[in-house]
Design a protein around this ligand. Structure first.
Ligand SMILES: Cc1cc2nc3c(=O)[nH]c(=O)nc-3n(C[C@H](O)[C@H](O)[C@H](O)COP(=O)(O)OP(=O)(O)OC[C@H]3O[C@@H](n4cnc5c(N)ncnc54)[C@H](O)[C@@H]3O)c2cc1C
Length: 428
């Protein structure tokens, strides 16, 4: 099942290993400390540093070690709830604004990568969202037809009979195409951002966990094993890795492991048959699978949630392989070269949240769709730290909920995964 040179770490690190930034000395005081050096933190840092604020980014591990170099590299509009669901809860204006901002985040990410010339295999590849049964195909069709004025998605249905033009499998019942969704190389994108942060004059220090935050008259004292730094403003950009440092946030995000494998290099004719158009793919299962070709089209990068509780990549690899061959039976003998996992942050309303509380800013809770949205909202919160009006977002004042007794350990996860897997299995 595993290649002889198998690694239990992201395939993306082969082309772009994480860089160690341990040697920068900890300054005594700065304008801005950003905790977490993923897409959220780095995009915020670009804003504050370019505006002349003395900016320090700290990460407990290597910069990018979190989800930002482990993800599937699929870029979408990111917002999960539908207009009707949002409307029921927040009214038509907020519902509209939230969905509109989803579109904006996708377009902004493309424009930013292109205008900053970030070399990260960005491609508007289009998403094939596959229906795992016929009723889901019908449901997708209705969603594609449900056009709210101003929120029209460019999308169309692909019936089962034409499916092979998008994806070489009979395992689905057709699907919906979203031509504007894109793909990128997650670690190359992250390195590009890190370079921009350095060019803007900000400092990043890795292996520097923030262990305590205390309020001062004019900001915060930020405690780390390397010393203490004073900061006027602090941003929490820890998403699925949010811990006890900020219990208020920890009570509001649900860390969930997502698991990925890369196959060994496959024959070009196999890739051409299975993934003829380079699409990124997801499906309608509640416990969703997401996959795509690697940027050089040599292999399939396949992700999903395979176990009820968290497990390790050596155990999740074979389970994902089983799921992969369920879709592409001809890959039964294909070996796995890489298997890894990372944490995403879900929220109780399946929306992302940003805000500020007395100088402590945050953006988190992308619910597994954060490549574009973390980038966009990180940028927005950076603008909010500069007190810029254009930093306002629809995600600011929608109430960041928790639940009684929830302290950051999702005891309800295994039963929920089991329930949703069962529903997927019996084709609901
Ligand atoms: C396996 C996987 C697949 C995914 N696939 C996709 C996809 O295809 N498309 C998509 O849109 N999204 C995807 N996502 C989600 C996306 O990757 C994330 O939403 C996004 O990367 C979040 O970025 P971030 O900067 O907020 O957090 P992260 O990149 O997770 O960074 C958080 C950082 O905070 C640091 N940290 C935590 N506590 C402290 C502390 N006390 N002091 C200092 N540092 C600290 C951590 O070390 C970590 O590096 C996926 C995620 C995973 C895990």
């Amino acid at each position: 099942m595993f290649t002889t040179d198998f690694k239990d770490q992201p395939y993306w690190w082969e082309q772009m290993p994480l860089t160690t930034m341990d040697d920068n000395p900890l300054p005594e005081s700065v304008d801005v400390v950003i905790i977490g050096a993923g897409y959220t933190g780095l995009n915020a840092a670009i804003q504050t540093a370019r505006a002349g604020r003395n900016t320090l980014v700290l990460d407990a591990e290597n910069a990018g070690w979190g989800a930002s170099t482990r993800n599937g590299g699929q870029v979408s509009t990111s917002v999960k709830p539908s207009y009707d669901e949002l409307n029921k809860k927040h009214g038509p204006e907020v519902a509209y604004a939230i969905l509109k901002e989803g579109f904006t985040s996708l377009q902004w990410t493309e424009d930013f990568i292109r205008s900053e010339d970030i070399d990260c295999d960005f491609k508007v590849a289009g998403r094939f969202h596959a229906a795992h049964n016929s009723s889901q195909y019908e449901k997708l069709g209705k969603a594609v037809d449900r056009n709210i004025s101003g929120l029209e998605t460019e999308s169309y249905m692909v019936p089962r009979a034409e499916q092979h033009a998008e994806l070489g499998t009979d395992g689905y019942f057709g699907g919906a195409m979203f031509p504007k969704h894109a793909s990128l190389h997650p670690a190359r994108y992250h390195r590009g951002l890190l370079n921009k942060v350095m060019d803007a004059g900000a400092t990043t220090i890795s292996h520097c966990p923030v262990t305590d935050l205390s309020r001062e008259k004019e900001g915060f004292l930020v405690k780390t094993p390397k010393g203490i730094v004073k900061a006027k403003q602090v941003m929490i950009a820890t998403n699925g890795y949010t811990g006890g440092l900020t219990p208020w946030h920890q009570r509001r995000v649900i860390p969930i492991g997502s698991y990925v494998i890369a196959t060994e290099a496959l024959a070009p004719e196999v890739m051409d048959r299975l993934m003829p158009k380079d699409r990124i793919v997801s499906d309608t299962r509640k416990v969703v699978y997401y996959y795509r070709p690697s940027p050089d089209r040599s292999r399939i990068v396949f992700g999903g949630r395979v176990s009820l509780g968290e497990t390790n990549p050596r155990a999740s690899g074979p389970m994902l392989h089983r799921s992969l061959t369920g879709i592409f039976p001809e890959l039964a003998d294909a070996k796995i070269s890489h298997s890894w996992m990372g944490f995403v942050a879900f929220t109780f309303d399946t929306l992302m949240h940003v805000g500020e509380d007395d100088g402590l800013f945050y953006s988190m809770g992308y619910c597994g769709s954060g490549v574009g949205m973390a980038s966009y909202l990180g940028m927005k919160v950076g603008q909010q730290m500069l007190d810029k009006k254009e930093g306002e977002t629809a995600f600011n004042n929608i109430g960041f909920q928790t639940r009684p007794l929830y302290k950051g350990k999702p005891w309800f996860l295994s039963p929920s995964v089991m329930y949703y897997k069962m529903r997927d299995h019996i084709n609901i």
